[in-house]
Design a protein around this ligand. Sequence first.
Ligand code: ATP
Ligand code: MG
Length: 575
Amino acid sequence: MTDNELKNDSAVEAGSDSSARTHFIEDIIAEDNKTGRFGGRVHTRFPPEPNGYLHIGHAKSICLNFGLALDYGGKCNLRFDDTNPTKEEVEYVESIMNDVRWLGFDWEDRLFYASDYFDQLYEWAVQLIKAGKAYVDHLNADEIREHRGTLTQPGKDSPYRNRSVEENLDLFQRMKNGEFPDGTCVLRAKIDMTSPNLNLRDPVMYRILHATHHRTGDKWCIYPMYDWAHGESDSIEGITHSICTLEFEDHRPLYEWFVENLNIYRPQQIEFARLNLTYTIMSKRKLIRLVQEKHVRGWDDPRMSTLSGMRRRGYPPEAIRAFCDMIGLAKSNSVADFAMLEYCVRQHLNKVATRVMAVLNPLRVVLTNYPEGQVDELDAVNNPEDPSAGTRKVPFSRVLYIDRDDFMENPPSKFYRLSPGREVRLRYGYFIKCEEVIKDEAGNIIELRCTYDPTTRGGEAPDGRKVKATIHWVSAAHALDAEVRVYEHLFTRPDPNSDDEGKDFTAYINPNSLQVLAGCKVEPSLKDAAPGSRYQFERLGYFCVDPDSQGSTLVFNRTVTLRDEWAKLQKSQPS
Ligand code: ATP
Ligand code: MG
């Protein structure tokens, strides 16, 4: 997709559609506004680490942070938390910006990088050393871990803990100057090795890493740890509410220790429960493996939980935003049902997607009483949910394709579609009746000979006789060729992370997650359908044009079926 298409895609302004009910972060903001803690300001940030593509969990955080800013007339920054040069890449930075824009949010002129603050962070570290609140430690990583103690046992002081300020300043400067190889020593905050909170047991602030950074190049060979960089970056940017996921709750005292001891502006860290989804993996470490081990075709494979994958699959940004709103905000972890996300996708596409006819598994139908060479242009409704979408002409002719599923030679009693001697309605067309079944030598059905009733144009018989089914079709001479990619969950179990059997999550990859249907036929109105356009194939589901479409063959991804599993679930489990 081009940038322009991305922008058009999200032309509908994002904002929280939530009703009057408020969630706990809104309550906190209301309280802060009452006490005047931040002078009525609301300034949030979305702080991705550019070490992978964004996934649906990040969408929750993006909608929350940008949504709050919109709701309160505040601001939201995009800040790359780029403190680990070994895992970060420019490709990720660009994809992240693309995805945030696509979701419909705008950081305006507030694009920041934690690496912009490396000089300031260094100065602040020196300040802490001078105050006797940080020291250079020569214990190695294992020794530091041993000294840290456990939840039940206090830690032990490092033998280097009581170095003089002068020695620490000298060593820290030499760390920065590149005099020591990786791993020689670290800078640690001097807090309390007996604190019940392990994060306060002299956490590491800087490590030596002789690595080239995507923005600062080789300027630095010491890099700040997350806890040291994050709150300070928030403070520099004047963030009011620093929203993060639950696992950082125990880091909050450290966040506060740093800003208090530096005596700088104090943002408020607030934790919420991360989004988890059934049948879905969200850890970037695991997503990278799916890509690198070629379990999927790339980061934007439509089976991925990444926003680029969901975009390619055909999920509209409005649906993702609606989903993030619908799941609400919690303080304890839970797992959302994938069917709920699909419900939101369907809800939105039902309103906006043009209906077309497509045949995925074509069976040739010859209308023996229809004149050769004649073409009837039938009127078809583009979207019954949206009268302004108008109508289009669909060509009808002597040879058609219908879906094989819509015919049975020996139908069971509940099958009402086409079968020998049976009459059905063709969508927007006529009644047809199956007169003869043609088979090849092996006994496979290759063609149906049918007659049509010219008096039933428009779908009703003047004599009042009824048919029990309406099926879709395309005109063989006019149809376009298409490949359709049908997806199922990428994993065979709702929680692919669970390893109670000691298995790796890749053991649960669904071998049937992608089924490629070649030789599909779609109606000719799709001739110029651009990659990214979404349609409802009548009776089959929603489909999105894939960028792999080439020349005269269109490629579609099945976005979602028409079956609403979520509504079914809701009915079977009254809350
Ligand atoms: P991952 O575990 O996928 O690598 P991360 O937390 O390390 O995720 P970051 O790039 O650091 O990834 O995340 C950026 C922001 O998105 C953080 O504020 C983080 O809390 C938030 N975030 C990440 N995953 C989720 C999730 N599943 N639900 C809600 N917010 C999330
Ligand atoms: Mg992170």
